[in-house]
Structure formats: C-alpha cells, structure tokens
Design a protein around this ligand. Structure first.
Ligand code: PLP
Length: 466
C-alpha cells in the first residue's frame, strides 16, 4: 500500500515513512492510494477473531513494510485485557431498543484516544529501534490527547514526550493523571497561558527547522494516519458484535478523526448505513453537513463547553473526507484548503451535500449543555448507566437519526469520571471512579511551570535531550 497527499503531491510513500511524519510536505494529509475492500465472506471469518487478531488483519491491509510476524506481535501486546479492562477490548452493550454503546474508554486514560495511541506507542518504539533513531514528541493538550500520548509513550525506548498544557486550566483529575506519571521520559510543561498559547509554542518550535532537526522533534496529533487506521478496527469490532446485517454509528466529533475512521471502514465495504456526526455548540461540522458551507470559527466564536474535547474552531482531519468527496481531486483540495480557507476562512460545496448524505452516508446534528444534562439524566434514570458529556452529545443526536431495523451504535468516547463536575450538575452525585484512579490527586506531581515563551520551552527541551 502506498500513501498519497490530499493536495496532489506526486510522491508515493510507505506506511513507516509517514508514521513519524505529520503533514505531507505540500501541507496535505496522507491517505492510502485506495481503500482495500473486505468482502462478506472475509467479514464472516473475522467474526471469530480476538480484537488483536482483527486489528492485525485490518492493519496488514495498510502496512506492507513491517513483517507480518512483527505486526501481529505489536497488535497482540497492544490490545490486552490487562490494558483495556475487558476481553473484548471494545465491548458492545445494548442500552435501549436498537441503541448500543461501544465501550472505547476502558484504557489507561479513560478516553477513546487510548485505542489508537497505545498502538502508536508500540509502533514508534518498533520503528525507532529499527532505524536506530530517537524522537522527541512535542505536544499541546487541554486534556485527553496529552494524557493518552503520555500513557502510550511512558517507558518506551527511543521516545521522550514534552507535553505543554495551560497552567491551572485542566481539571484536577486530568492534571493528576498526567502529572503523577513517574517515568523519566515524560516531561509535563505547564504554560502560563491558555491552550492557544501552548499550540502556538508547538507550532513555533516545529517551524524552526534547524531546531526541529537537531532535536528530532515529532508530534502525535490526530492527523497521524496510524492513529486513524487503528480506529478503523473498532468499527469492525462493533459491527461484528452486533450480529446485525447493517448498522449505523453515531460519533461525538471534534477534529473529525474518529468519524473519518468510520468513513474508511465504510469505504472498505463494512455495511454501515449512516455515519451520524454529533457536535456540541461548536457546530462547524454539523453546519457543513446541513448546508455545504465549511466555515472556520474565530476564537470569539469558539465556545468552552461541558464536552471540552469537542471544542474546535476547525476540524483538522476534515480535509481527508473532502478529498474523497471531490473524487480525490488533489488540485481542488489544495485550492479549497490551501487558498480559499486562508483567504476567506470558508468555502462552500452546497452542490455536494446530497452526495455526502446519499453516497457517503453522513448525517449530523448538534447538542447543547442543556441537551447533555437531559441525556445524562434520562440515561441514568431509565437504564442505570452514567455516560460522559461527549457520549451524551452522541446519544442525543443518534436518537434523531434512528431508522427502523438498523441498530445504532453510539461510540462512548470517555468515562464520566473525567468530567465529574457536569455529572454532579446532572445527577446530583459524583460518577463512579475506577479503583486504580482512587486518590490520584494526592500523588506527587512532576510538572515544570514555564512562561508562554517559545525560547524557554526550547531551552527546556535542549536541557533534557541528553
Ligand atoms: C478527542 C475526543 C473527541 C473528538 O474526537 P475527534 O476524533 O477529534 O473527532 C470526542 N470525545 C472525546 C472524549 C475526545 O477525547
């Protein structure tokens, strides 16, 4: 399998070449040159597989530069009951008639990002050892991504993590999750500023090519294809567990990474009727699927909500879907994302809305704080299940797109304990806390507070790359 850029660059690359890269050199995102098709007989054979075996079968369609035995072993050691809490890894449970929850949040940091990031950690360690190289991962987080990256990379040979976060702005639970890690290759940098300051610093460091090369700076953000393809696996796992002939999925969405994996699964032939995209008040994507207008928001129109991992002003993976929607016309994508967005902050594809719906199966909706509270309350009262705020957005929108005879699988993207404040607001009591997280707020914290100053962050990195 060879990978291409969404902006038409003629270069063709193998999986391990793009594994440690971010954007393609022309500013586009990498996608496979085609989507391998999985027929009904193969799908039936896969029904009997354990999750790690299913992961191997799917990943091996996309990775031809890691020997099969090695890839099989990487999948086996990633998707274990010990790390993900259940034998199924992504267990499906019925909530209501025809509505299911796919449990993706039982990994080390209690959010679905572990599903991909844990694999990425093992792939990075493998590939860096093979090349005899090291990598210093620099990231910015307001919560879920940073902790998932740290728990995936902790103790890995050849990798260091420098994770910036806005000082004092993450929840006590999220701070404790990250700052209590004792591993020497993990560095927490609390920046005196907001999340945008952290992102600006990461960008500034990455734009200093001499520094980037000298200190081998890399990232693990959601545009990484390896993360995306790892997420394709649980769409298959959810479908196979349902036993249905065809299903729909509802996906709480921010940067369009998770649901893009659903799009890939559908392109591979997985019988998905609808891909229901749910946003919170930051409804950039819902607006696109309703009107065909993609309009990036300014910071004044980007809201802080109670489902904060979906608080986006633009969706960094969206370009991948638009590339497919435009018949893989890289020149057109380059014009829209490279030029029109930069000039106008928006583009319009109104003539493509029907195709996105009818050919690609997309539907969408948005959810508000009041909707989240009502959905959390209703789900708790009727089924005795406490869901998190993001999953609540997904469930609320899922209910608007039910079709007779088609099970709806809602992706559970985090556990409620991560967003306890809103659960208390909805239910009047704290959500249950898994045993291994009791008392983490009291553990010693390893964090360095720095001003929002790129040179200070560079100094810190230089001093800690022995
Ligand atoms: C990251 C995240 C999302 C959004 O996923 P995207 O891939 O960015 O669309 C939703 N819910 C939770 C809990 C997350 O951490």
């Amino acid at each position: 399998m060879l990978y291409i850029s969404t902006r038409g660059d003629p270069a063709r690359k193998h999986f391990c070449e793009i594994l440690l890269e971010g954007l393609a050199p022309d500013g586009g995102l990498y996608l496979p040159g085609h989507y391998p098709k999985v027929d009904a007989a193969t799908l039936e054979k896969w029904r009997a597989l354990a999750y790690h075996e299913l992961a191997f079968e799917i990943l091996s369609l996309y990775i031809d530069d890691i020997p099969a035995a090695d890839l099989r072993e990487i999948c086996r050691k990633t998707y274990t009951e010990e790390v993900f809490g259940t034998r199924q890894i992504a267990p499906l449970k019925e909530l209501d008639e025809g509505i299911f929850l796919l449990g993706l949040s039982n990994g080390p940091t209690l959010a679905f990002k572990d599903m991909a990031m844990q694999l990425l950690g093992n792939l990075f360690e493998y590939e860096l050892a093979r090349r005899g190289e090291e990598l210093n991962i620099l990231g910015a987080t307001s919560g879920d991504t940073g902790s998932a990256a740290e728990y995936a990379m902790k103790g890995k040979k050849g990798v260091r993590v420098f994770m910036t976060s806005p000082h004092g702005r993450m929840s006590p639970f999220q701070q404790a999750q990250m700052f209590s890690l004792p591993d020497a290759n993990i560095h927490n940098l609390a920046i005196e500023g907001v999340f945008d300051d952290c992102q600006d610093i990461v960008k500034a460091v990455s734009n200093d090519l001499a520094f980037k090369r000298k200190y081998r700076i890399g990232t693990v953000n959601s545009i990484n294809w390896a993360r995306l393809v790892a997420q394709v696996v649980y769409y298959f796992a959810g479908y196979l567990q349902s036993g249905a002939r065809v299903v729909s999925f509802a996906v709480p969405s921010g940067n369009f990474g998770n649901i893009c994996a659903g799009h890939v699964a559908r392109m591979m032939g997985l019988p998905i009727q609808r891909l229901v995209l749910a946003t919170n008040e930051n409804d950039v994507l819902d607006e696109f699927f309703r009107t065909g207008v993609y309009r990036v928001r300014g910071s004044a129109d980007t809201y802080e909500t109670s489902s904060p991992s979906m608080d986006i002003s633009k969706a960094s993976n969206f370009e991948r879907f638009i590339f497919d929607l435009l018949g893989r016309d890289g020149a057109r994508v380059k014009q829209l994302f490279g030029e029109e967005l930069a000039r106008n902050g928006r583009f319009a594809l109104a003539e493509k809305v029907a195709e996105a719906r009818d050919t690609y199966g997309f539907a969408s909706g948005s959810s508000t704080h009041a909707d989240r509270l009502a959905t959390i309350r209703d789900t708790h009262r009727r089924f005795g299940v406490t869901i998190d705020t993001h999953t609540a957005d997904g469930l609320k929108v899922a209910r608007q797109h039910m079709q007779a005879g088609v099970p709806m699988i809602v992706l559970e993207t985090a556990l409620p304990i991560k967003f306890a404040e809103t659960i208390v607001e909805a239910l009047g009591h704290e959500p249950e806390r898994p045993a291994k997280f009791r008392g983490i707020e009291d553990l010693p914290k390893r964090v360095t507070v720095l001003p929002a100053d790129t040179s200070k962050v560079k100094d810190f990195i230089a001093a800690h790359c022995a």
